[in-house]
Design a protein around this ligand. Structure first.
Ligand code: GLC
Length: 612
């Protein structure tokens, strides 16, 4: 698409949505200003990335997400600790929200009170810029959140609105009485039914009601007002110009509100995201937009936009993530296989960020109509999954905590680190070596499965050394009611040191994950343009994934059960990429191979013999 065509599309979309010429002219000048302000080094990077094409689609990329305050205290601390990030083989770093946000009502930084100021305890904009420069020198890309659905009630717009300034008030949704809010409540679900019930908040001082889909201090922005769109896009470009390579667009399905609807994924959301993408292409074409769309697959995929007209470049693979945990608890890969069949058939423009755990809870957004054929019904199945993962189910070694467990909805979600959910915590506490080893195997099998998928795998900081849950938040007055903090503990550098001691949990996990990435980065079958399909292993406990690229064939086998299993695969010879063992037929001339898999074992097989 030429620059001219982009400008035309932008004008067309803008006028269709807002029909406001003056606001449009303002918007275009704002883009121009941001383009002028973009530093030469960043423009050069844009240029190089445009020449390379889709720079983020590469099996060389490995991501990590972390909280600045948990990993080095502040931005300078992260800079100091960059060698550790490099040692992990990570070259794509997602810094969790770090903009100014009021203590005690920050929602982990997702209630922003100033989009142009770093939270003072973490540093300054200059520190952020310095970190970005240092990362670029080391070939590390940086990702930052952009929280666009709402501002904090302490943002200057909200403060002005509170004083009654009509222009500021027009940036939010205010009501004099409960008539309209009550009508909304009939069709709009709740994001946090127990920790922040309802979608509106009564403001005593104003005598008015304001829309707050998330917490009471997160005021929803009104994107029907073009000045909201203009100024938020300006804020987005300001942050990008500090040197960000990837922007995580937070909670995008929610940004357009309309009475009588569920206020999720409305068509106007797609127009707005497409306009933001066009703005980026015009100002900073090397920058990638990562969308956070925690929805069912048929709502997720449209955020890639139609071919040639992208909205987000990349989305979280949320369905595969939560189905993976379902598969672990059920030891039944049928749903995962069914879903992978669908993922493999998606058009080429669909590219995912894969993950096992992130800062949020695991919501059980599974394909229940599909599961019902096996007798798994939504409410009891969610209860089973939660019971299993909080260790309530007899024999379970998982140690999670529930999140937003509203008694009437049967819809609780789940929190916990990978290590705690896969049995490492229980193994350590019970000093049960067998259990600990099983937990380690489970944890590694899950990581291997994540690394097998097409997309960018992102490690949740601490997972690379098996960090367990942090129960300290129970005593913290600011966080005790938000169980997501169980997996938001400080990074334990002392624990991480043990990665250097042979035979420790940390060493086994760290080195194995590193080795997986080194293999993933060096074999073409892991390229994002490889052809991927589901392989029938004949055993519902074992997932098989085939990847093919230019005559090379890879087969990933994953035992999602703690029990050993024996399967048969086609011959004549495969090489296991981690152990370098050769898998051969039982006798000469046979065309099949018997494969024995221990509980939670995985194999990464490449067809044929591998030359050293
Ligand atoms: C996103 C974030 C979550 C936050 C919410 C509200 O979903 O991931 O942590 O609570 O947005 O901003």
């Amino acid at each position: 698409m030429s620059r001219e065509e982009k400008l035309q599309e932008l004008e067309w979309l803008y006028m269709e949505l807002y029909d406001d010429r003056e606001a449009y002219e303002y918007f275009m000048q704002m883009l121009e200003r941001n383009r002028d302000e973009r530093r030469k080094s960043l423009r050069d990077l844009d240029q190089a990335r445009m020449e390379q094409g889709d720079w983020y689609r590469s099996n060389q990329l490995l991501g990590m997400m972390l909280y600045v305050q948990n990993f080095g205290g502040d931005l300078k601390g992260v800079l100091r600790n960059l060698p550790y990030i490099e040692e992990c083989g990570v070259n794509y770093l997602h810094l969790m929200p770090l903009l100014d946000s009021s203590k005690g009502k920050s929602d982990g930084g997702y209630a922003v009170s100033d989009f142009r100021k770093v939270r003072p305890s973490l540093g300054t904009m200059e520190d952020l810029q310095k970190l970005a420069d240092a990362c670029h020198e080391k070939g590390i890309s940086l990702c930052l959140d952009f929280v666009l659905n709402h501002t904090s009630e302490d943002h200057v717009w909200a403060k002005e609105a509170r004083k009654g300034d009509p222009q500021a008030m027009a940036r939010y949704f205010f009501y004099d009485d409960w008539d309209i809010p009550n009508q909304f409540e009939q069709t709009v679900p709740q994001v946090f039914p127990t920790t922040a019930p309802g979608n509106f908040t009564w403001l005593d001082d104003m005598g008015k009601i304001v829309m707050t889909s998330f917490h009471h201090y997160q005021w929803d922005l009104n994107y029907a007002n073009p000045m909201v769109f203009n100024d938020m896009t300006d804020n987005l470009l300001y942050l990008i110009n500090r040197g960000m390579d990837v922007i995580r667009l937070d909670a995008i399905p929610y940004i357009w509100k309309q009475l009588g609807t569920n206020c999720r994924n409305l068509p106007q959301v797609h127009t707005i995201i497409r306009m933001m993408k066009l703005a980026c292409e015009l100002v900073c074409p090397g920058v990638v937009l990562l969308g956070e769309v925690v929805m069912e697959p048929r709502e997720v995929v449209p955020y890639f936009g139609p071919a040639g007209r992208p909205e987000c470049d990349m989305l979280y693979n949320v369905t595969t993530m939560c189905t993976t945990w379902h598969t672990l608890a059920t030891r039944d890969t049928r749903l995962l296989r069914h879903q992978m069949g669908q993922v493999c058939r998606l058009p080429e423009n669909c590219f995912f960020q894969n993950y096992l755990r992130c800062h949020d809870d695991i919501g059980w957004g599974l394909d229940y109509p599909y599961l019902s054929q096996f007798g798994m019904e939504e409410v009891p199945h969610k209860r089973y999954l939660n019971d299993w993962f909080i260790g309530k189910w007899e024999g379970s070694w998982s140690r999670g905590e529930l999140y937003n467990d509203a008694a009437d909805l049967g819809d609780a979600r789940l929190c916990g680190t990978t290590a705690s959910l896969s049995g490492i915590e229980a193994g350590l506490i019970q000093k049960n070596e067998g259990l600990l080893n099983l937990g380690i195997k489970c944890d590694l099998m899950l990581h291997a499965w994540m690394f097998t998928q097409t997309g960018i795998p992102v490690i949740y900081s601490g997972d690379e050394v098996g960090q367990c849950n942090d129960y300290g938040y129970h005593q913290d007055p600011a966080h005790w009611s938000d169980s997501r903090y169980v997996h938001r503990g400080k990074f334990d550098f002392e624990l991480a040191e043990k990665r250097k001691e042979e035979g420790t949990v940390q060493q086994i996990l760290f080195d194995s994950i590193l080795q997986m990435q080194s293999i993933r980065g060096s074999f073409d079958v892991f390229r994002p343009d490889a052809v991927v399909s589901v392989y029938d292993t004949g055993d519902d406990r074992i997932l098989g994934i085939r990847r093919e690229y230019e005559g090379q064939t890879f087969l990933g086998l994953f035992n999602f059960s703690e029990h050993p299993a024996d399967i048969v695969i086609e011959g004549p010879v495969w090489t296991e990429l981690i152990s370098r063992d050769e898998f051969l037929p039982p006798e000469e001339g046979a065309d099949h191979i018997n494969v024995h898999m221990d509980g939670y074992a995985f194999f990464w097989l490449l067809k044929g013999k591998v030359e050293e």
